[in-house]
Design a protein. Sequence first.
Length: 459
Amino acid sequence: MFKKILIANRGEIALRIIRACRELGVETIAVYSEADEQSLHVQLADGAICIGPASSPESYLRAERIIAAAEIADVDAIHPGYGFLSEDPAFAEQCEECRIKFIGPRSESIRRMGDKATARETVRAVGVPTVPGSKGAVADPQEASHIAEQIGFPVIVKAVAGGGGRGMRLAHNPMSFQKEFAAASAEAEKAFGNGAVYIEKFIEEPRHIEFQILADEEGRVLHLGERDCSIQRRHQKVIEESPSPFMTPELREEMGRAAVKAAEACQYRNAGTVEFLVDRHRNFYFIEMNTRIQVEHPVTEEVTGIDLIKEQFRIASGEPLGLTQEEVQIKGHAIECRVCAENPSMNFAPSPGEISLYFPPGGHGIRVDSHVYGGYTVPKFYDSMIAKVISVGCDREAAIARMNRSLREYLIRGVFTNIPFARSIINDPEFVRGRFTTRFVEEFLQRTPKSLFEPPTHL
Ligand code: ADP
């Protein structure tokens, strides 16, 4: 096992990694921007190095500063967390060149799966079903139009470098196609510095179901079951759960096998996620692979009893997987709500500022992964997620009841949060029935009086 590692991230995931390291007896070095000096990850790590000003392009995205910090601190490995540099193949490559172990897959796998058009082709070649669409990226608008007609409308135009729901546009008909094609490409260029886009058939009312996989350095791959992430707003996940209420044992086996095949196709190592869309007839289609730990990993941990971050360290240090596919058991049900400092009555605008009062929920079956505390100032520079509440119960009904009561207990003053919004979803009869698709939030917002999830006007 490693002796000392550096965490190239901030927020709750930095804390999550520090906690796993403490239990493994691994020393931790945090990096931080000037805006994060008071952050818990800085206080809890064994050492901390400032890597620049608040804005992430000047700090958390500066590969050379992070590598320099790693060399000064003389660490064996770097854990990238999620976001920031976690899916940057050049960063993984630099780590490899400096003989610092990157806790994740090899740079070639990140590069291959990071280009979503290449990822599609890679898994299609080994027989994993993909959404019907263009073969690779399409640059010429006329050719794109022709391909869209062949696929049949509606189609979705997606950025090959996409992530976080950006650079994605729906076109219902040939008339609107050119406009959406140009818009997706422009948005992708702005967000990722790469305007390349591809085209997929738009699957009507699908569920988003993803599989957690683990692969050791010998190339043995396991899956740890699925997460249902259909509760999304603007293609971004809000609530996730495991197992999926839509899943059957047969479908799990079939999709799990496909996920393992997808990972094998890119010689995957370490923890990763294979994402699928599933239509109402239970046909499933690969959409992308995330080559890192994900925000929603705790729901898998809660139902499998496997600590995914520790597994990442064990795998990276060369240990073989300690269990077989048959030994992976899914027990009970877990739900995660992402808590964000944002105002649902102001179209979910971020709400940074000082948290004046903070009381997190607790009790049996509740886990809160968060980096905030009373007196902490949520900086305006980063993602607005400030906590994840994870409830676990013997079944879905128990997990829902627990989530409901914990969101009621959760007290955060000083900033607006989406807690009332998450609670009204958790209490929604359609959600409780488990009959939802990726359109759930959109429909929910249309049919639900705003007053039900508006935060209090006074903080
Ligand atoms: P990103 O990398 O930006 O997260 P994904 O490819 O993972 O993009 O897609 C995010 C979400 O967008 C999906 O969970 C789904 O809700 C929607 N989506 C993506 N592709 C399609 C499609 N072909 N048909 C219908 N919905 C889609």
